[in-house]
Design a protein. Structure first.
Length: 295
């Protein structure tokens, strides 16, 4: 507890303990004495730590035995205490190199000897930080990117329940966005409707903003709403990445049969689209003629 603020864990402590135990079993199999986790999703998976400042340097130190250590930016202390299971939290200030603070913490805990696994493909781990850490550890550094992800791919019943709730929240947002689509409305207004639909259904802050792109740029990847006013005949793309509660885990492992079913659904939807679309046809009525296809 911090200043009367109780910890708010998304999952039970037992679930987090089970994940760490499974990771340590894999570490033993690979003869790793410790693992340095830099990927925000993996840190969340193992201890619950979450912050909207996830692009700042962070590291979860997982020794094969003993207490976990979390290294985060100084201003993230509240998030570390509030959202994670970790008691041993090490802070770095903005005027210090975070990699240097991590190396000091490793030395103080005698975790610079033996085989040290290091996530070398973490999105926010800079080349400079990686070099500094690897040089301090020496030849015992072992690249292990993908290790935690392989555990995350197998979902627990609680994770599956959260994913289903997130899907329901997302559907509510998409439905609200579709209801708002008509000529004369801006993409921004549709995005606002999607956001309101998701939040009203109980969603938390999104992993990405609502995506609505219409007209000529509807087929351009990685664009989104930009005050474009929809016109009759426009095609519009809507996407949402909503979270019913905080899990941001990777999707369930797909069997070959499940992948084939998804592919069949996509093919079926594409065929329906081609049957009802016309070069000079109206774009919006099409949405009522393409039914939702579930895998």
């Amino acid at each position: 507890m911090m200043g009367g603020l109780d910890r708010q864990l998304v999952f039970s402590r037992e679930e987090y303990d089970g994940r760490v135990a499974a990771l340590r079993d894999e570490m033993q199999r690979r003869e790793l004495d410790a693992l340095l986790v830099f990927t925000a999703e993996n840190t969340f998976y193992l201890c619950g730590y979450q912050s909207i400042g996830y692009s700042s340097f962070q590291c979860l130190v997982v020794p094969r035995e003993g207490e976990l250590t979390l290294i985060v930016r100084e201003m993230e202390l509240g998030c570390a205490r509030y959202s994670s299971t970790v008691e041993d939290v090490v802070l770095y200030s903005d005027d210090r190199a975070p990699a240097a603070v991590l190396v000091e913490a490793l030395r103080e805990r005698d975790i610079v000897r033996g085989q040290i696994g290091l996530e070398d493909e973490a999105p926010f781990l800079t080349a400079r930080s990686y070099r500094r850490i690897a040089e301090a550890i020496g030849d015992e550094t072992v690249p292990v990117s993908g290790l935690v992800e392989s555990l995350r791919a197998v979902k627990s019943p609680t994770e599956i329940a959260f994913l289903r709730e997130s899907a329901r929240v997302t559907e509510a947002g998409i439905a609200r966005g579709l209801a708002a689509m008509r000529a004369g409305v801006t993409e921004n207004a549709i995005a606002a409707a999607m956001f309101d639909g998701c939040m009203s259904r109980g969603g938390e802050y999104m992993s990405s903003q609502p995506i609505i792109t219409a007209g000529r740029k509807s087929g351009v990847a990685h664009t989104t709403f930009h005050r474009y006013v929809l016109r009759d005949g426009d095609v519009a793309l809507l996407e949402a990445a909503t979270i019913g509660t905080r899990p941001r885990s990777c999707g369930p492992a797909s069997s070959a049969r499940r992948r084939r079913r998804r592919g069949g659904c996509m093919t079926s939807a594409s065929r329906r689209w081609r049957r009802v679309s016309r070069p000079s046809g109206q774009g919006f009525p099409l949405r009522s003629r393409i039914s939702l296809v579930r895998p």
